[in-house]
Design a protein around this ligand. Structure first.
Ligand code: GLN
Length: 387
């Protein structure tokens, strides 16, 4: 077993004895889930999936689907159009609350049921079948393999879905959508019933973590902007009425589902999927949360942790007679400019022309080159940017 998998196994072993919480019991398929199942998978930018525990156990994606459908809607329509139908404010309320804006009926955010229904209504399709097919195709692109719907779970969700149906009617009464309520609500039940494993979940999370590109297949699934917006909403609203404390303590944008699945993201670093069916009172997986807390702690993954070397450009300086060539690689951020200037400080600049060779940069932040150019410019020096 490779070192990463070994480490993940250790984390699972630590949380395994905890038997607190209870499996969801609003439908028989979830009530009969094996409560001891525990699986974990992680994907980084290069080495593929590391998966341990019950890594092949299939379960329904449930509310984790809300993040992906939001990403698909933003990708299709842009953030402003989507935000006309749904706000992005943490509701501080349970997942199935009637959190609608006074007057407009706009749901508080896309990751509670009311908001998810509004977002599902934005997915194009003439009927339930077409819309569901578009969503499932989107999920499959996120996961990097063809996913299927658990028809039994779907039927149960539909048979017991009066509260969601009621939310649908409320939304329609406010004009949030004009479709038949069933077209939207049944599509939502189908999206919740997609079957996944933790391996699928980590690739889906990874696709969001790596700017909308699937780290397994290399396919662009959604735009960079859509991925960023989705991760932003996950960080403020992904854990329902526990989102604030989660962000403070764990600091990994995440989204949970009632079957016991949980995804989390470290931007540009990894996507993770975890599965453990016992839930706490807020409907989040107990051991799944513990696993992420431990990973965040051990890897220093809190999003707001300060990093010495974040976006550090590589700098090579070549002196060629009167010309000074500053060859940059990696990522030049706003703070990275400082590093380049520090390197230049010990070099005698007067009278020389400077070439900033930016061709090797993987990522340049707006303004960084401009700031650099201004810093090294003076009245009699020529500064040229290449690449
Ligand atoms: N299908 C469930 C519902 O809408 C999903 C909820 C969840 O995962 N929290 O009630």
């Amino acid at each position: 077993m490779d070192a990463i998998s070994q480490l993940l196994c250790d984390v699972l072993d630590e949380v395994r004895p905890d038997a607190s919480g209870a499996v969801a019991d609003y439908i028989p398929q979830l009530a009969s889930a094996d409560p001891d199942r525990l699986g974990l998978a992680i994907i980084g930018p290069r080495a593929g999936i590391s998966a341990v525990g019950d890594a092949d156990a299939a379960f329904t994606i449930q509310s984790i689907s809300k993040a992906m459908v939001f990403a698909l809607a933003v990708d299709r329509w842009g953030p402003d159009a989507v935000m006309q139908k749904v706000d992005v404010e943490p509701s501080g309320e349970p997942f199935n609350a009637i959190s609608l804006e006074k007057g407009t009926g706009r749901p508080a955010n896309p990751l509670i049921n009311a908001g998810a229904l509004a977002v599902t209504s934005l997915i194009p399709g003439a009927d339930i079948v077409e819309r569901s097919a578009t969503i499932l195709a989107g999920f499959s692109a996120f996961a990097g393999r063809d996913l299927a719907v658990d028809e039994d779970v779907y039927r149960s969700e539909s048979a017991t879905g009066d509260r969601n149906r009621a939310l649908g009617h409320l939304l329609r009464s406010y004009g949030i959508f004009t479709d038949e309520v069933d077209d939207v609500v049944e599509t939502y039940f189908r999206q919740c019933s997609a079957l996944v494993t933790v391996q699928d979940l980590c690739v889906m999370a990874g696709t969001l973590a790596f700017g909308g590109r699937n780290p397994l297949t290399g396919e662009r699934v959604v735009s960079e902007r859509s991925a960023r917006d989705t991760v932003a909403v996950m960080s403020s609203c992904g854990m329902y009425d526990n989102s604030g404390e989660w962000l403070l303590r764990v600091g990994l944008p995440a989204k949970s589902g009632v079957a016991g699945g949980l995804i989390a993201i470290s931007p540009s670093q990894f996507g993770v999927g975890v599965f453990s069916p016992r839930l706490n009172a807020r409907g989040n997986t107990v051991r799944g949360q513990m696993v992420l807390e431990k990973l965040s702690e051990r890897f220093g993954m809190h999003v707001f942790e300060a990093h010495e070397a974040v976006a550090t450009p590589e700098v090579a300086i070549r002196e060629d007679g009167d010309e000074l060539r500053v060859i940059l690689g990696g990522e030049l951020s706003f703070s990275g400019v400082e590093r380049v200037l520090t390197r230049l400080r010990d070099i005698d600049l007067p009278g020389r022309s400077i070439v900033i060779d930016a061709g090797g940069l993987a990522q340049v932040h707006p303004m960084a080159i401009d700031v650099l150019r201004r810093q090294v410019s003076d009245s009699d020096r020529r500064v040229r940017v290449e690449g």
